[in-house]
Design a protein around this ligand. Sequence first.
Ligand code: UDP
Length: 348
Amino acid sequence: MKRKILVTGGTGYIGSHTVVELIEAGFEPLIIDNLSNSNIGVLDGIRKITGVSPVYENIDLKDYASLNKFFQKNQGIEAIINFAASKAVGESVKLPLLYYRNNITSLLNLLELMPKYDINNIVFSSSCTVYGQPDTLPVTEQSPIKPATSPYGYTKQMCETIISDTVRACHGMKAILLRYFNPIGAHPSAEIGELPNGVPNNLLPYVTQTAMGIREKLRIFGNDYNTPDGTCIRDYINVVDLAKAHVVAVSRMLDKKNRKPVEVFNLGTGNGVSVLEIVSAFKAATGVDVPYEFAPRREGDIEKVWADASYANKELGWKAEASLEDTLASCWKWEMKLKEAHDKEQNA
Ligand code: UDP
């Protein structure tokens, strides 16, 4: 019998890639998603890649009664990977209550229901945003947690605390908190990828849309930072590599290999790459130019951050493997696939 894993937010960007990797590793993922930032077509992409149509229910995790019903109906779930959350930093500043209510209430409901259905394991999507601008680089899991720069960032910090307190109080419960750096790229099949809503906030969808001519120019936010070329530095990690780390984390919990009830891992490549370096690497990987201009700094941006991923490498036996070039090529293949689908729809 395949082991059942609930993936909340399983039609989202990282969630969908994780569902694929879970299926390919022999698990049975079940998806809950309210499609607030994704669409139902993602399930087709998952089926095309894996040949499997996972159980899917459109449930809002804030709805305790519906979630309870879902668990009643789907017994035997052994772990939860909780991706479902609102994630746009700028939006969270404008709509803080939406972020606090959505991200916190959803987690509280899951944690409350877990013991009732004998589910002991949870993997949580956290973020390097919890480190703010670190004093020393690269950041390790022991680097201090800094005051958040947005309500979104606070929800990640609060959720980590809520999970840790709950696990400490609830015998048998275990958690793994995964702090992602900057996930980019798409599945190599280009059947699933990132689906930004409207004008992209994140760098890579903006780069590919500019390369496609959907946007006129990439605006690079700030070229006067204290970095070698003046633009911000991040640790960009391939989304499939990131997804695989979730499979490893879940397996570790089911095999009871966790060293502590709550474990924390940085998921990054360990390499810092500037915005300008992304633009030139994209050209090198695809042959396509990305017109850009420099624009003022974006409020709340961190100057530079990259991971020390050695703890995850050693403890999980996991490593980010994809090259930046292949990852950027996968972004472009996905953007071309989106264009093809869009053109087909226009001509229909
Ligand atoms: N960025 C940019 N132009 C854009 C979007 C992003 O220059 O249109 C920069 C942003 O300032 C940051 C980096 O790209 O330095 C990564 O931003 P993103 O929003 O993708 O991720 P973040 O690190 O902020 O979570």
